[in-house]
Design a protein around this ligand. Structure first.
Ligand SMILES: *[C@@H]1O[C@H](CO)[C@@H](O)[C@H](O)[C@H]1NC(C)=O
Ligand SMILES: *[C@@H]1O[C@H](CO)[C@@H](O)[C@H](O)[C@H]1NC(C)=O
Ligand SMILES: *[C@@H]1O[C@H](CO)[C@@H](O)[C@H](O)[C@H]1NC(C)=O
Length: 398
């Protein structure tokens, strides 16, 4: 089903993209010496004015400020090309965007590459996108924010294929309020954050999205490798659903695949399968707390290997982030619910608990099945359950 979807998307994009717009024809410099921000923008605008186009980067080294994508554009980057982003903060002013559905969103810095309210966009190529992050991490350590590398919001039909993203100032890929997304074969490389580098460099960060296929990605980064969130406030709920993550490798980040802690919009129908995680903090986790709200349900984890998790292996907690017991609260809009989660064929090792499931007294974590799960742990008690209901681990009911 997802494969069919991916193929449809690629066809949709190819169909609208006959003409080629070569950035060097617009004066872009490919020797790496002279910034080409305006030349690249002119090539993209020209393609957009003509309705669609392939904006092509011939082999070389390019230097640029932020790139704004338009609808019906493929950024097609030649093999071995390096595009380096300038690190002058003045080039990345705050960005206000109104999405097609009227939602307002302000981000503190213009992202390095952005698509706001666009349709049918792809970035592809066996190339390197270099974010020059070290200078930003130094200049603006947390809690300050820095520019996001690739950012989409309010967009439809997005494909990221084969690119290598290095040294992002902040999140590497951040897609919000969008649908029909394929992320295939990309590689993300940022240093580990505990060495004082790479702060908040989430690999792939997806918020309030649906119809998503992530496959063959390889992420090593200083924060979560992949995270799914869902925005919501009051009666306004923007769920995340119909997501397939497969055939991927995650290492050194905080979570291999994290769900939450922004759960208010609700997250459902998510499958994570055939992945290998090495030396991440938590292998797979779902995290929320008693003011986050939302329902997390119908999640399937299948065939995962997670070696050397430095914290827990499989984790669900409704006491994020500090794990302290907050006592009982009346059930309301802010109460999160976590239920109907299945783990099959999972193996690996963790410094802390292999299986850690913690709910709230007023909202236990419920209907959790773990089958053929072999998670070794350095703890005398490798399984911790608190405020749970109807848990089955390898055939035994808890
Ligand atoms: C769940 O998501 C998958 C995509 O991963 C989709 O093919 C399927 O139809 C969805 N199932 C339901 C019940 O919506
Ligand atoms: C399980 O995942 C591994 C690693 O991605 C993969 O090589 C293997 O083919 C998968 N097994 C099944 C039965 O899908
Ligand atoms: C386990 O992870 C730690 C921390 O990331 C790392 O230093 C160590 O080399 C890893 N060990 C193995 C066997 O991969």
């Amino acid at each position: 089903m997802m494969l069919v979807l991916a193929v449809i998307q690629l066809i949709a994009i190819s169909a609208v993209s006959a003409a080629l717009y070569d950035v060097t024809k617009y004066g872009a410099d490919r020797s790496g010496g002279i910034p080409s921000t305006d030349q690249i923008a002119r090539a993209i605008n020209d393609a957009a004015i003509h309705g669609a186009g392939i904006v092509h980067f011939p082999p070389g080294k390019y230097l640029t400020g932020p790139i704004e994508l338009k609808s019906n554009i493929i950024l097609d980057i030649a093999d071995s090309t390096i595009i380096t982003f300038l690190d002058d903060p003045a080039l990345y002013p705050p960005l206000d965007a109104t999405l097609p559905d009227g939602k307002q969103r302000r981000i503190e810095f213009t992202p390095l590459i952005r698509g706001v309210g666009v349709r049918n966009v792809a970035i592809r190529g066996n190339c390197v996108l270099e974010g020059n992050g070290a200078i930003w991490w130094d200049r603006l350590p947390p809690p300050a924010t820095r520019p996001i590398f690739i950012y989409f919001s309010g967009s439809h039909n997005i494909v990221l294929k084969n690119i290598i993203i290095r040294n992002s100032p902040m999140f590497n890929v951040n897609i919000i309020w969008s649908n029909s997304i394929v992320v295939d074969g990309i590689r993300i490389r940022n240093p580990e954050s505990y060495k004082g580098a790479g702060p908040n460099t989430d690999g792939i960060n997806l918020l309030s999205v649906n119809r998503v296929h992530v496959t063959n990605v390889d992420v090593a980064t200083g924060d979560d490798c992949l995270v799914l969130d869902a925005w919501g406030y009051g009666k306004d709920r923007d769920p995340t659903h119909d997501v397939l993550i497969e055939n991927s490798h995650m290492s050194i980040g905080h979570s291999g695949v994290g769900i939450g802690s922004i759960t208010a919009g609700g997250l459902r129908n998510i499958t994570i399968r055939n992945c290998v995680f090495d030396s991440v903090c938590r292998g797979v986790d779902i995290r929320t707390n008693n003011v986050r709200g939302g329902v997390v349900e119908d999640i399937l984890y299948q065939n995962l290997t997670m070696n050397n998790c430095t914290w827990e292996g499989i984790s669900i907690t409704a006491l994020f982030p500090d794990y302290k017991d907050k006592g009982w609260h009346p059930i309301g809009d802010q109460t999160p619910f976590i239920r109907n989660i299945r783990y099959e064929n999972i193996r690996g090792s963790a410094e802390r608990e292999g299986i850690y499931l913690v709910g709230l007294p007023e909202s236990p974590v419920e209907n959790i099945v773990l089958e053929n799960v072999d998670m070794r742990s350095k703890k005398p008690n490798p399984i911790l359950l608190q405020n749970t209901r109807n848990i089955v681990i390898n055939g035994r009911r808890y």
